[in-house]
Design a protein around this ligand. Structure first.
Ligand SMILES: C[S@@+](CC[C@H](N)C(=O)[O-])C[C@H]1O[C@@H](n2cnc3c(N)ncnc32)[C@H](O)[C@@H]1O
Length: 229
């Protein structure tokens, strides 16, 4: 199936609310478990003076898990959609009011990817979940990581993987999101069509001499990218 772009930002209120109210806890926990496994297997660790950046954080559910896992670290969730960040900040006030080390920033990945713009924002752990497929130019994510990295920054990114056909995409939607508001089902199908294959991501990374990072298929719907600068 050919890649079909979807809008980058999830900035309609109905769309952001449906996404925030959906229960993705199983896959969010899967993200954290896979990250922990990668850190152990690669012999890397997160230290208390580390900065963790969650790109395309949406309503912040994974950002919160990161802040809970590493409470001594500064954790920063970044998204370009103000409605998503409003939801993320409300969740933080409700569920993690005592956590001072978690903050949210509104930035478009395009501006972070611009090598002419210097940024003081640097992360020792740079993660994203379900961001890459939103980007019309996927190379912006890899440029952003280069700009936000410091020596030995760890990267861990998970996204949907593009199925071979629309029929397969429908099968995946019916398996993992059978009952949901229509806006969420439409977004999910659009996301599957906009996502990449492992081979495509490997080619993208090679353009930045990052071909040594691991890009692997995970079960029947995800791909995972991990590595170190
Ligand atoms: C599918 S949601 C994933 C949210 C979160 N990472 C999660 O797993 O729950 C994708 C998020 O990426 C954001 N996004 C997409 N393109 C972006 C861009 N160019 N700059 C900043 N944020 C972007 C969207 O606004 C949306 O909140």
């Amino acid at each position: 199936m050919k890649r079909v772009l979807e809008p980058e930002l999830m900035d309609s209120f109905a769309q952001a609310l449906a996404y925030s109210e959906a229960d993705f806890s199983l896959s969010d926990r899967g993200f954290m478990e896979a990250l922990a496994k990668y850190l152990i297997e690669s012999g890397q660790a997160i230290f208390s003076d580390h900065v963790i950046i969650d790109l395309g954080c949406g309503p912040g559910k994974i950002t919160e898990l990161l802040a809970n896992q590493w409470p001594q670290c500064q954790v920063c969730g970044i998204d370009g959609a103000e409605v998503m960040l409003d939801l993320a900040r409300k969740r933080k006030d409700q569920f993690l009011p005592h956590v001072k080390s978690l903050k949210y920033l509104r930035r478009n990945i395009a501006s972070l990817a611009d090598t002419n713009k210097k940024t003081n924002l640097k992360g020792n752990l740079l993660v994203s979940n379900s961001l890459l497929h939103h980007l019309h130019d996927p190379l912006e994510l890899w440029r952003t990581l280069i700009n936000l990295s410091c020596p030995e920054s760890i990267v861990f990114h998970r996204d949907l993987r593009r199925p071979e056909s629309k029929v397969k995409a429908l099968e995946i939607q019916q398996k993992y999101l059978p009952i949901a508001p229509q806006v969420l089902i439409d977004d999910y199908l659009a996301s599957l069509q906009a996502s990449f294959t492992v081979a495509e991501v490997k080619l993208q990374l090679q353009q930045f001499n990052l071909g040594h990072w691991n890009v692997v298929e995970v079960d029947d719907r995800y791909l995972e990218i991990s590595g170190t600068f």
